[in-house]
Design a protein around this ligand. Structure first.
Ligand code: FES
Length: 135
């Protein structure tokens, strides 16, 4: 039986979420294991959210925000990047290296969202189930 990763995708309301919606409307395929959680801005990302997602058994965490310079709250995406850089050290220490990724997609880039969801899921599939699954 093939391992199907569960990925939690935090998407900002103005770009990432709309891109995911665009991907669906355009019938672009991405794995059903990608679950979307909408935030107003990726700047709301708290390291706790990432750790909680892993604790809850997700195999990967994807964050999709606006492109640099396009955040609707000016610099939320840059703040998110800084937060994720910080939490990535903890993620590595927990043996979850490679299971956290941030990317950008504009509201018109459903194809970018679908590609990121596919590529990230494939990367996580190669890593196998999270060691925290069922812990
Ligand atoms: Fe999209 Fe801030 S509103 S990252």
């Amino acid at each position: 039986m093939t391992f199907e990763p569960n990925v939690l995708a935090f998407c900002c309301n103005w770009c990432g979420y709309v891109a995911a919606d665009q991907a669906g409307a355009a019938k672009l395929e991405y794995p059903s294991g990608v679950k979307i959680l909408r935030l107003m801005c990726t700047g709301m990302m708290d390291p706790y959210y990432v750790l909680r997602a892993f604790e809850r058994g997700f195999d990967g965490v994807l964050v999709v925000g606006c492109h640099v310079g396009s955040c609707h709250y000016k610099s939320g995406n840059l703040q998110a990047k800084a937060e994720l850089d910080r939490v990535s050290r903890v993620v590595q220490a927990l043996g979850l290296d490679g299971r956290l990724m941030m990317t950008a997609a504009s509201a018109a880039e459903g194809n970018v969202f679908a590609a990121a969801a596919n590529e990230f899921t494939e990367r996580v599939r190669k890593l196998g189930p999270s060691p925290l699954r069922g812990a």
